[in-house]
Design a protein around this ligand. Structure first.
Ligand SMILES: Cc1cc2nc3c(=O)[nH]c(=O)nc-3n(C[C@H](O)[C@H](O)[C@H](O)COP(=O)(O)OP(=O)(O)OC[C@H]3O[C@@H](n4cnc5c(N)ncnc54)[C@H](O)[C@@H]3O)c2cc1C
Length: 816
C-alpha cells in the first residue's frame, strides 16, 4: 500500500517501484538517507518484476557483477529472517555441459569462482542426475554445482525491500506518474507528476524497460529495448514433500528449469528474438496503460526451447502446461546493466537488467545508492556504466541490432577476442578501404572498424596459444610485433577518442582534474590519470598543450563518452562553465609510426628537424609531411621510437600513402591492434579497463611517476597523499616460460597453495619469448622472482613475478 500524499520537496526521487527501484530505496535507507521518495505510475512490481522467473545465480563473467550478485544472496538470506520474507530458497544450482567446449568454460568458471570464495565445484553427470533425477544424460559431458544459488519470489522481494525502506521513513507513492523532469544549468531540479510536483536534487530512473521514455524527459538516450521473454510452468507432478530440486541450466540447449510448487518452470533464450516495439518512432515506447500485463503467448517462437527442453528433461514432453508467460523485459546492447549518472547532473539510471535483475537487484541497489551518495561509483562499474554507450546508440536501429545479437547469443560461449557481427561497418577511418583491400582482419570497438592484423602477414602456427587464447589468434600478430621492434610498424589509430579543451581557464581546470602537471607549455605532451576522490583511476589519457589556452586529449577508442562525461561533470561541479570541451574524434585521423627506423622514414618526408635534440620525447609539433599539415607527437604505446600523427580527416588517405611509400625501403609494415596489445604488455604500458580502473590507485598500478603530488590541488590528491607507501596490493607482471600458455584474465593466482589474486590481463611477448600476465598481488607477495601458480582451465601452471618493464628497462629505444 503506497502513501498517498506527495511531498513538495525531497532530496532524492526514485522513479519505478520494481525490484530495481525498491532495492535502491532500501540501500539508500540503510546508508542513512531519509529524504527519499519512490514513485510508481502504477502499483509496485507492476512492470517486469511481477512475471519474473526469480532465479538467482551469482557467478558472472565480470568480477564486479559477481560480487554484486553475492551481495544479493546475502541480502535475500537476511531478509528471509525478517517479518517480510521474500521467499528466498537456497536450492543450489546445477549447470550442465552438453559439449566439451562448455565443460572447458565450466572449469574456467570454477577457477575464477575460487577467487571470490564461491562454492562452485565440478560434479559428475551422475551426481547431477542424482540431484535432479529428471535429467536424461545423453550428451552430458559434465556439470558444476553451486550450493548457495537459489530462487526468490520477485514481488515479495520488492515488497520486502520497500518495507525496509519505509521503516526508515522513506515515502513510497504509487499510482503517480512522472510526466516531466525539471532541469536548470545541466542539473535536475525536480519532477512533475500527474499528482503534483516535487523539487529534488537527484532523480534515479529505475524504470526498467520504461527507462528510455523517462530518459527522454531530460533528453538522455538510454539504449534499452523491451524484448519479449518467455517461460512455461507445467502442471504439478512432483512430490511436494520431497526436497526441492535445485535450479538447472543447460546453456548448450538454451534452457533453464526450476521447481515451481510441484511442477517445473522452464524457459530460455530463443535464437529468433523478438523486440516488443510499440511504435515506429521509438523502439522502446511502452503504452501508457501497460502495467501488470503480459504479451500474447508466442508458441511458434518458443518451439525451439520446448523441443530442447524435452531432450534434457524428457518428462517435459508429457506434462501439460499450466501457465505460459510472455513478459517484456528491458535488454541493453551488451547484456550488461545500465547504471550511473548520465550527462545530466543528478540524473541517474539503474535499469536494463537483461533478465538477470532479480539476481542482480541486491547488488544494483547497493552500488547505485553508493554512487548517488558519493557522486562517483565506489567499485569498478565500467562494464555497467551508462557512459560506455557512445553517440551511435542514439540510433534506435543500431541499438536494436546490437540488442538482438546479444539476446540471441546469450547462452553461447563467448570466447575472448570474439567480435560482434551486426551493424558493421559503422565508423571507419579514411583508409578503411585500403585496409580492406590489403586483407585486414577487422575488429570492432565502440562502433569503429579497426585492424586487428593483416592476413597476409600470417606465417606458421608454432606459437599459437593453447585453448581459448588461440581461438582468434593469428601468427600475423607475431610478424607485426617483430617488424615494429626490428624495423618499423605503421598503425591506423584513427578511432582514438579525442577532445579539445579550450578557454582561458582550460589549463587551470585540467590541472585540477588531472593527477599529473599537464600545463607545461605549448607543444608538450603529458601522460596522466584523472582520479576520483578515493585516488582511483577514472581516466587514463594524454594531454597535449597546443596553445596558451588550448589542449588536446587523446584517450582509448571505447572511453570517449566516459572520459568526456567525467570531464564535463567536473567542469559543472567545479564551476568552470566557460571552459569549452569538445569531442573531436571524427575530425582527426591518427597514424602511429614506431620502430627503430621511424626517424629515418620520417626525416625523408618532412622539412622539420626530427632529431632527438630538436624533437624530444613527449613533445608535439605542427609539421608538414609531404603536402600535408600534420600534428606530430613523439609518444609511444609500444615502447619504440616514433610519433603519432594527427591529421585533419580529409588528408588521412594521402598521409597514409606518403608514409607507406617513405617506409618501403625500410621494410615498414602495416600493423594492427593485436600487435599493439602484445607490444604494450611487453613494455608494461597499462590499459584502463584492463590492468587499471577506478578501484586501483596510481601507487598500486606502478604509475606513481605520473602523479605530481607537488601540485597543491587536484581531485584525489588527499587520498593519494594519505595512501602513499601504504599500498596493500601491487600490480605485477607474471611470466610463463611457455609462450603458448597465455592467460586470458580472471584466472586464480596462488602462492604456496593459497589463492592470492586473479589475473587481470594476458598476452604474448614475442620479443622476450614468453607469455605474460598482469595481476594484483598482496604487497608481501609482489617481489620479483616470487614463484606463482596460475590455473588454466583446471590445470595449474608455474610462473614467476618478473621485474618490470619486461622489455627495454632503461627506455633507451623510445628515448633515442
Ligand atoms: C519472463 C521473464 C523471466 C525473468 N526471469 C528472471 C530470473 O529468473 N532471474 C532474474 O534475475 N531475472 C529475471 N527476469 C528479469 C527481471 O524480472 C527484471 O530484470 C526485473 O524485474 C526488472 O526490474 P526493474 O525494477 O528494473 O523494472 P520494472 O519491474 O519494470 O519496474 C519499473 C517500474 O517503473 C514504473 N514506471 C515507469 N515509468 C514511470 C513513470 N513515468 N513514473 C513512475 N513510474 C514509472 C513502472 O510502472 C514499473 O513498475 C525475468 C524477466 C522476464 C520478463
Amino acid at each position: 500500500m503506497g502513501a498517498t500524499s506527495l511531498p513538495a520537496r525531497a532530496k532524492i526521487v526514485i522513479i519505478g517501484g520494481g525490484v530495481g527501484g525498491t532495492s535502491v530505496a532500501y540501500h539508500l535507507a540503510q546508508m542513512g538517507e531519509r529524504d527519499v521518495v519512490l514513485l510508481d505510475r502504477n502499483e509496485l512490481t507492476s512492470g517486469s518484476t511481477f512475471h519474473s522467473a526469480g532465479l538467482v545465480g551469482q557467478l558472472r563473467a565480470d568480477p564486479t557483477l559477481t560480487k554484486m550478485n553475492m551481495h544479493s544472496v546475502e541480502l535475500y538470506r537476511a531478509l528471509e529472517l525478517t517479518s517480510t520474507p521474500p521467499g528466498w530458497k537456497e536450492t543450489g544450482s546445477i549447470k550442465l555441459a552438453s559439449s566439451p567446449e562448455r565443460m572447458q568454460e565450466i572449469r574456467r568458471q570454477i577457477g575464477w569462482a575460487r577467487t571470490f570464495g564461491l562454492d562452485l565445484h565440478e560434479i559428475s553427470p551422475a551426481e547431477a542426475q542424482q540431484m535432479f533425477p529428471l535429467i536424461d544424460l545423453d550428451g552430458v559431458v559434465g556439470a558444476c554445482y553451486m550450493a548457495s544459488d537459489g530462487e526468490v519470489d520477485p514481488s515479495q522481494l520488492s515488497h520486502a525491500m520497500a518495507a525496509g525502506a519505509r521503516q526508515h521513513g522513506m515515502k513510497i507513492v504509487t499510482n503517480t506518474r512522472v510526466v516531466e523532469i525539471l532541469m536548470s544549468h545541466g542539473r535536475v531540479t525536480g519532477v512533475v507528476t500527474d499528482k503534483g510536483d516535487i523539487e529534488c536534487e537527484v532523480v534515479v530512473n529505475c524504470g526498467g524497460m520504461y527507462a528510455p521514455s523517462i530518459g527522454r524527459l531530460v533528453g538522455v538516450r538510454i539504449p534499452i529495448v523491451p524484448m519479449s521473454h518467455q517461460y512455461v510452468i507445467t502442471e504439478n507432478f512432483l512430490d511436494p514433500t520431497a526436497p526441492r530440486l535445485p535450479s538447472l541450466r543447460d546453456p548448450d540447449n538454451l534452457v533453464y528449469y526450476r521447481q515451481e510448487v510441484a511442477g517445473l518452470l522452464m524457459g530460455g533464450y530463443e535464437r529468433n528474438s523478438k523486440p516488443w516495439t510499440a511504435s515506429h518512432a521509438h523502439v522502446d515506447d511502452i503504452p501508457a496503460d501497460f502495467n501488470s500485463r503480459l504479451l500474447d503467448e508466442d508458441w511458434e517462437r518458443f518451439e525451439e526451447i520446448a523441443v530442447n527442453s524435452q531432450r534434457r528433461v524428457p518428462i517435459m514432453g508429457k506434462l501439460g502446461v499450466k501457465n505460459f508467460i510472455n513478459g517484456p523485459e528491458g535488454f541493453t546492447p551488451d547484456n550488461e546493466f545500465c547504471l550511473g549518472e548520465t550527462e545530466v547532473g543528478g540524473f541517474y539510471v539503474a535499469a536494463g537488467f537483461c533478465a538477470h535483475g532479480i539476481a542482480g537487484a541486491g547488488g544494483i541497489g547497493k552500488v547505485v545508492a553508493e554512487w548517488v551518495i558519493a557522486g562517483e561509483p565506489q567499485m569498478d562499474l565500467w562494464h555497467m556504466d551508462i557512459r560506455r554507450f557512445g553517440a551511435a546508440y542514439k540510433s534506435p536501429s543500431f541499438t536494436m541490432k546490437r540488442v538482438q545479437e546479444n539476446y540471441e547469443s546469450y547462452y553461447d560461449i563467448h570466447y575472448p577476442g570474439e567480435e560482434r557481427q551486426r551493424a558493421r561497418p559503422l565508423k571507419t577511418s579514411p583508409v578503411y578501404l585500403w585496409h580492406r583491400d590489403a586483407g585486414a582482419v577487422f575488429g570492432e570497438k565502440a562502433g569503429w572498424e579497426r585492424v586487428n592484423y593483416y592476413q597476409s602477414h600470417a606465417t606458421d602456427n608454432s606459437l599459437q596459444p593453447y585453448g581459448w587464447a588461440g581461438k582468434y589468434w593469428s601468427s600475423a600478430i607475431a610478424t607485426e610485433h617483430r617488424a615494429t621492434r626490428e624495423s618499423a610498424g605503421l598503425f591506423d589509430e584513427s578511432s582514438f577518442a579525442k577532445f579539445s579543451v579550450t578557454g582561458v581557464r582550460a589549463g587551470e581546470f585540467l590541472n585540477i582534474v588531472c593527477a599529473n602537471n599537464v600545463v607545461k607549455g605549448d607543444g608538450r605532451a603529458v601522460y596522466t590519470q584523472a582520479l576520483n576522490s578515493r585516488g582511483g583511476i577514472e581516466c587514463d589519457f594524454t594531454v597535449t598543450q597546443t596553445g596558451e589556452n588550448s589542449f588536446f586529449i587523446v584517450t582509448g577508442t571505447a572511453f570517449g563518452t566516459h572520459d568526456l562525461g567525467w570531464l564535463k561533470k567536473q567542469r559543472r561541479e567545479l564551476g568552470y562553465v566557460e571552459v569549452l570541451l569538445e569531442d573531436v574524434t571524427g575530425a582527426y585521423a591518427c597514424f602511429g609510426l614506431w620502430g627503430p627506423k621511424a626517424r629515418e622514414i620520417l626525416s625523408g618526408i618532412t622539412p622539420c628537424d626530427v632529431s632527438g635534440k630538436a624533437f624530444p620525447f613527449m613533445h608535439s609539433r605542427e609539421i608538414t609531411i609531404g603536402d600535408i599539415p600534420v600534428r606530430a607527437t613523439r609518444i609511444t604505446y609500444v615502447g619504440e621510437l616514433g610519433w603519432e600523427f594527427y591529421v585533419s580527416s580529409e588528408y588521412g588517405a594521402a598521409l597514409w600513402q606518403v608514409l607507406l611509400q617513405a617506409g618501403e625501403p625500410y621494410q615498414l609494415m602495416t600493423c594492427g591492434y593485436k600487435a599493439i596489445d602484445s607490444l604494450r604488455l611487453e613494455k608494461g604500458y597499462r590499459a584502463w579497463g584492463g590492468e587499471i580502473n577506478s578501484e586501483t590507485t596510481p601507487w598500486e598500478a606502478g604509475l606513481g611517476f605520473a602523479v605530481a603530488l607537488g601540485k597543491e590541488q587536484f581531485i584525489g590528491r588527499g587520498a593519494l597523499a594519505d595512501s602513499r607507501g601504504k599500498e596493500e596490493k601491487r600490480l605485477v607482471a607474471l611470466l610463463f616460460d611457455d609462450i603458448r600458455r597465455v592467460p586470458l584474465g580472471n584466472e586464480p593466482i596462488r602462492i604456496g597453495g593459497e589463492i592470492v589474486g586473479r589475473v587481470k590481463s594476458g598476452g604474448q611477448g614475442f620479443t622476450i619469448g614468453k607469455a605474460i600476465g598482469y595481476g594484483y598481488l598482496p604487497i608481501q607477495h609482489s617481489e620479483p622472482a616470487t614463484a606463482v601458480e596460475v590455473e588454466f582451465f583446471g590445470e595449474w601452471a608455474s610462473g614467476v613475478v618478473a621485474q618490470e618493464p619486461l622489455f627495454d628497462p632503461t627506455g633507451s629505444k623510445f628515448r633515442a
